[in-house]
Structures are given as structure tokens and as C-alpha cells.
Design a protein around this ligand. Sequence first.
Ligand SMILES: [Zn+2]
Ligand SMILES: [Zn+2]
Length: 421
Amino acid sequence: MEKIAKPRGTMDVMAPEIFAWNYIERVVRGAAERCGFTEIRTPTFEEIGLFKRGVGETTDVVQKEMYTFTDKDGTVYALRPEGTASVVRAIIENGKAADTLPLKYFYLINCFRYEKPEAGRSREFVQFGCEMFGAPGAGADYTVISLADSVIRELGLKNVRLHINSIGCPKCRPKYREALVSYLRAHRDELCDTCLDRMETNPLRVLDCKNDSCKKVAQGAPRTIDHLCPECEEHFAELKSYLDACGIEYVIDPHIVRGLDYYTRTVFEFIAEGIGSQSTVCGGGRYDGLMEELGGPKMAGIGFGMGITRLILAMKQNGVEVPALAVPELYIAAMGKEAAVRGTKIVSELRRAGINADCDIMGRSLKAQMKYADKIAARYVLILGDSEIESGRAVIKEMATSEQTEVSLDGIADFLTGKRG
Ligand SMILES: [Zn+2]
Ligand SMILES: [Zn+2]
């Protein structure tokens, strides 16, 4: 029969790679919960209008990258390309906006974007993100940034730096936009075709175009931080004082603008600096207008997203080893049918007592069982035969040290828990 391959830009994740995934998932959940964020799970697909309004009609995400389909009743849906719009919809729909503020949610979800697959970028990807609503002050910006920072620290990513910027608010942005557009018009010959379009619809996006010539234009472009209104300026200064006081290093980077329309004031990225390359492991910012845009009350919001595959790449760059997962504490090598049954009984009891244990279920020879015990990296091995069953005692051997201890067959759990210290 002809084989069927997975869709382009998707992944099968299994051992040993899955251990890194599991590890990162544990780290991000732990960090989010310590900051008081609770998990939110929303549908994998939503009405397309949610993303058009929540992400922005003029963005590449909405214009080019969404996976959409028409349901049998004619409704057009999209597989979620990001997490924020759904969280906002869920808050509004479930009446959570009336809860005690701030609202703090995190998610660990798969998202979908039709993009050219490359290292660290796939069409189905997993994103860790957090959202805080109802806290307009810079303390909220700091809290969200510090959550990303603690994940990055805990994962041992030493080459990652925080870049921050402020892109102003609806009050100060129009003036800045004017200055930017007139600058871009003067440099129109140096811009790529995409940017010539963007220049009129979403000029800020020209500043994060990856085209070399556009990058040069962006270098000399007017900076948002030079056009902030007094309120935006104060907010940015306050954020910096929080970061300084709490020991989180940062660089002010006027080129961080984020591609999505709804951002206001603070925008930030954590960027991994590899040899000759940079990659964003986390991007986020404030979006005080989003809740209202999606039909909810006026409510400040801030959050970030972090791609898990980018984190894995960054861990590799940093030579970070994933801490070993639970390996079997005991493997019982059984000789003969009777021993196999007794061994299985002991293993069942150990598992019920919360101990990771295993025994042969393949009818292998003793030599092959020992080889298997080695492969699964069992910490202890016990050989069980007729004489051990008769005497009720067996020798347990620590594989790393070859140290042998005689134990009662009824006392194995005690022995192993005693060794745990
Ligand atoms: Zn402003
Ligand atoms: Zn461009």
C-alpha cells in the first residue's frame, strides 16, 4: 500500500524529543502558576471574523496565513493563528470581565499559520502565552515580562536578551504615523513591494521587514519613543524603573513594533543571539484597545506568546541538557514462567506504591533481559528465579555501582524508598 506522509510544516514529536517538550511544558506551567495565572483552553477553530477584528485585517497573518474552511452550515471558520483573540472572546462571552481584576490567564496551545516551513517555524506550532486584563499600570507590564524572564532563566537560556519599546497610544500615534509615512515616502525606491503596500495601510510594519534594503531604511526612520505623549512617556519610564529595581536587564530597541494592529504602548521581545543570527523566542506587548474592538468593555490588556520549538532551538544553542525523566527504579529479570508471574505481581505492587518499576513481558532470555534493563536505564536490577521465590529473598543490584544488597521479596518497596533519601 502507498504510504501517507504528514502535512508539510507539521511535526511528529516522540521520544527522545518529547522529553524536551514535556520539560518545557512543566517549566512554563510552573512559572505561570507561581505568577498567579490560571490556564485557559479555547476552541482550536473560531469564526473567521474574530481574527479579522482581533488580529487585524491588514496583517499577513489574516491576509495570507490563515487556514480557513466553510462548515456545512456555511459559516467560515479559521484554525486559530494565535491565542489572544480567543482569550478575549472567552472573557467577554463568559462574563469574566466583571470578575475581580486583574484577569490572568495562560495557555499552551497549538496554532496554525500557512507559512514557509523552516527551522523553528512550522505550520502547526505550539505556543505558550499569557494574558492579563484590567491592569493599565506599568506593574502589569512588568509582571508579564518577568514571567517570560523566569521561564527563560529556568530553561538556562543565557544568550537571550530583553528588548523593549513603546509604540504609543491612539493619542500620540497619528502624529508619529504622519512622520513615519513621510519618511518612508522619501525612501520609497529602497522599499520592497510588500512594504510599498504596507507603507499606506500599516506603516509600522515596514520597520520589522526582514528585507535588507528595508532594514536599512528602518534604521534611519523616526522612532516612536521620540513621539510619545506625556502619559505614554510616563508609563514607559515606570516600566523601566520596575525592570531596574527587579534586576531584569533590557535594551531599548525602537525596531520592535510587533506585526499585529492592536498593540499600544509597551512592546517587547526576548531575542536569542546566536552566531550571526537572531531569533525571537518571545514576543508580546500591551493592547489596551483589543477588548473593546471585540465587543467587550474598555479594558487594558497585556500579554506575550512564546513558541515551544524556538525555545527548544535556543536550549540546543545554549547546550542545555533536558533533566533526565523518570527512569525505572527497578527492573525485575525473571527466569521461568512462575518467576514471571511473581515478578509481575511485585512490579504491580511497586507501581501502586508510586514506584517506577518494570519486568519482562516478552519471554526473553536472562541475557536479553539484562540488556533491556540497561537500555531503559533501570537504576536497580533484581534477578528472580525458583530459589529466590522459595527463600523469599533476592539480591538487588545497583547498576551504576554494582553494589549488591540482599532484600526480602516483601521489603523491596521499603528498600527503594529508603534509597531515595
Ligand atoms: Zn500616547
Ligand atoms: Zn520590506
